[in-house]
Structures are given as structure tokens and as C-alpha cells.
Design a binder for this molecule. Structure first.
Ligand code: NAD
Length: 346
């Protein structure tokens, strides 16, 4: 699908994106992308990371994440997603950004849209795919961190977990957990799920079949002894687990090992550098180390379940640009059908 060079740029606001997303099954899109990735039909370069400290001393960062999903109609684009930890105190979202789509022939950008909702939705969708690969029922679920990602996760997980009776919520800002519970209580109770705000992370984790860390920590705190022996941790915020959980896990699954091991900041990348973790096709390091079992996409292609043996399963979804770009393309198509969005002259 080639467009006229220098045609207008299509722009979608957050409200436009939300309207378009309501016509899409993001979990199906995420699963398709994971399968395409496992078949080698995607290009996912390392993310560009720019970090700085703001004038008031907070950590800020800009991530640039390009990606291509191949096939007869390739989808190409990039997500730029920025965040400052000072935003929470300002009462504004921590993260904000734009997702761009590029014409596969001319490489010219043709669409630009609010990135935050797409990013949150695709992240929650990958978590939903991971949880859907569990064979054991999920009656208790825990969210550590009750911000934007928790909102997106609740929206996609609640309708998919038939056996769920309790969602345990912990946030280091008690007001955030209370506000989250207040906002979602009626919808949760309507499907028979009790929302429980806990005073500690440990209380939320203990007894939960699935634990989803959605915080902004940079140092681990979740201990192995807190987890049920059959628990699945979907380690979305990437730094909540202590290394002991990964080392003792029965199964470690990622979305993309290259992204995980290249990153020097988050837990699994650090463990790789320390020789504590190695990839599925890599030689064992010269010291006792944990092997990463594979990717979510490989499990989907093999139609294999997650956690078919006893022990904790760690799913570490680094977050792939191709998920954003593929979902953004579906949003663009839906928005075009709905006749929403604006055209910006070039
Ligand atoms: P947010 O700022 O909206 O919410 C984070 C919440 O976590 C806040 O309510 C904060 O009070 C709470 N929190 C911080 N430290 C905590 C701690 N130690 N214990 C409990 N709660 C704590 O952020 P968000 O947009 O929801 O993003 C959450 C995390 O998800 C971020 O780390 C982000 O980088 C990550 N993320 C991962 C992916 C991925 O694909 N892996 C994608 C997007 C975002």
C-alpha cells in the first residue's frame, strides 16, 4: 500500500485511539505478532534509550522503538515513549509519546497517534496471552502498582479469567491503590471478583496464582518464598523480582531474548551480564546459571502451555516495538473506517 509522497499526515488523538481500539481485539493482535516474531517475520532493532535527570532531580527518559512486521503488506513504524518520574507529583501521566507509521515503499511517515494507550493496551495484551497459556486456573491475581498499566491489565484480564475471585492490589502510594479499587470495584464485582487493597507487596503476592508487577522500581523486592509454587509472574515492570526468583524458576519465558539480554539496566539483562542467565541457544556459562526456556511466540506456534511442570514461571515481556506498530496500524485502519482523526498538511 504505497501512498502519494508527501501526502497529509494522519493524526489521532488519545480519544480517537480509544474509539478505534474499541473495535479491535488487542489480545489476538498481540498473539499474531508474537507468532510472526517467532517465525522470523519481524525486524526488532534494539531500542534507543536516552536518559537524563530533570532540574528537580527526577529520572526522565526517551525511548525510540522502531519495528517492522513483514508479510504481503508490511507494517513499519516507531514508538517514541517518554517518561519522567516527577510527573506523578505534578498530577500528570508519567509516560507520554507518539507512535508513527511509515509507508513501506517511500518510508515517509503517514500517520502519527497518541502512543500511551496503544502502549498500555499492547503490554496488557501480551500479558493476557501469557496468562492464557497457563493450564492451571487463576483464582487470585495480584497487581503490584496501580497506575496506567494496571488499568489496561484489568480491562483485558478481567473478562478472560473465568475462575478469578480476587484481585489483590498493592501500590506504594496507598491512595493510588484505593483510587484504583474505587474506580474498578463495580465492574469487578459484576463478574464476581473481589478487589482487595493490601498493606504490603508480600500480602498481595502470597496466595496469588498470577502476579503482575506494574511499578516503576529499579531494584528487586519480590522474594521467592512469597510466591505459590505454581505461580506465574508476568514481570511487566522488569525490575521487581529478586534474582533468586528467576534462578529458582521452573520456566523462564521472554518475548525476545535479544532485547532482554542487550538491555544493561533491567534485571534479566544484568543477570545475563553477570553470567547468571543464558539464552535458549547459547552455551552454558562457566558457573551455575539459569537457562531461558524460550519465547511466548514459540509456545504459541507449538501450541504448548506455560507451566506444565511444578515451579514458578517467570514471563519477562521486555516489550516489542512491533506490538505497538502492529496495533497502531489496526487503529489507523479502524479510525479510517470510522472517519475519525485529522489530516495535517505537510
Ligand atoms: P504509572 O506511573 O502509571 O504507575 C506506576 C505505579 O506504580 C504508581 O501508582 C506508583 O505509585 C507505583 N509504584 C512505584 N513503585 C512501587 C513499588 N515499589 N511498589 C508498589 N507500587 C509502586 O506507570 P505505568 O505506565 O503503569 O507503567 C508501569 C511500569 O510498566 C513501568 O515501569 C513501565 O516502564 C513498565 N512498562 C513495561 C512495558 C513492557 O512491555 N514490559 C511496557 C510499558 C510499560
Amino acid at each position: 500500500m504505497s501512498r502519494q509522497p508527501m501526502s497529509d499526515l494522519f493524526y489521532l488523538t488519545r480519544a480517537d485511539v480509544a474509539q478505534a481500539l474499541s473495535r479491535i481485539d488487542p489480545v489476538a493482535v498481540a498473539a499474531d505478532v508474537l507468532r510472526a516474531h517467532a517465525r522470523g517475520e519481524t525486524v526488532v532493532p534494539d531500542e534507543g534509550y536516552l536518559g537524563w535527570t530533570t532540574a528537580d532531580g527526577h529520572s526522565a527518559r526517551s525511548l525510540n522503538m522502531p519495528g517492522l512486521v513483514g508479510g504481503p503488506e508490511p507494517v513499519v513504524g516507531t514508538k517514541i515513549i517518554n517518561a519522567s518520574l516527577g510527573n506523578t507529583a505534578r498530577g500528570i501521566p508519567r509516560a507520554d509519546g507518539l507512535t508513527f507509521l511509515f509507508d513501506p515503499e517511500t518510508a515517509h511517515p503517514y500517520a502519527m497517534m497518541d502512543a500511551a494507550l496503544i502502549s498500555a493496551t499492547r503490554t496488557a495484551a501480551v500479558s493476557a496471552v501469557a496468562v492464557g497459556l497457563r493450564t492451571r486456573p487463576v483464582s487470585r491475581l495480584a497487581f503490584l502498582g496501580c497506575g496506567a498499566q494496571a488499568d489496561a491489565h484489568l480491562g483485558l484480564l478481567l473478562p478472560r479469567l473465568e475462575d478469578l475471585t480476587e484481585l489483590a492490589l498493592y501500590d506504594q502510594q496507598p491512595a493510588a491503590a484505593a483510587a484504583f479499587a474505587e474506580k474498578h470495584r463495580a465492574a469487578a464485582e459484576a463478574v464476581g471478583v473481589r478487589l482487595t487493597v493490601t498493606a504490603t507487596a508480600q500480602e498481595a503476592v502470597r496466595g496469588s496464582d498470577v502476579v503482575v508487577p506494574l511499578t516503576t522500581v529499579t531494584e528487586g523486592y519480590v522474594r521467592a518464598e512469597w510466591l505459590l509454587p505454581t505461580a506465574t509472574v508476568v514481570h511487566v515492570s522488569l525490575d521487581d523480582l529478586l534474582a533468586e526468583v528467576v534462578l529458582g524458576a521452573a520456566q523462564v519465558v521472554v518475548d525476545d531474548w535479544q532485547l532482554v539480554r542487550t538491555d544493561p539496566r533491567r534485571l534479566l539483562g544484568r543477570m545475563y551480564r553477570e553470567g547468571l542467565l543464558y539464552g535458549p541457544d547459547e552455551p552454558e556459562p562457566g558457573r551455575p546459571a539459569k537457562r531461558v526456556d524460550g519465547t511466548l511466540g514459540e509456545l504459541l506456534l507449538k501450541e504448548a502451555p506455560l507451566a506444565d511442570r511444578d515451579g514458578v514461571t517467570v514471563v519477562n515481556p521486555f516489550g516489542m516495538s512491533v506490538q505497538d506498530v502492529a496495533l497502531a496500524h489496526r487503529v489507523f485502519t479502524a479510525a479510517t473506517e470510522l472517519g475519525i482523526g485529522s489530516r495535517l498538511p505537510r
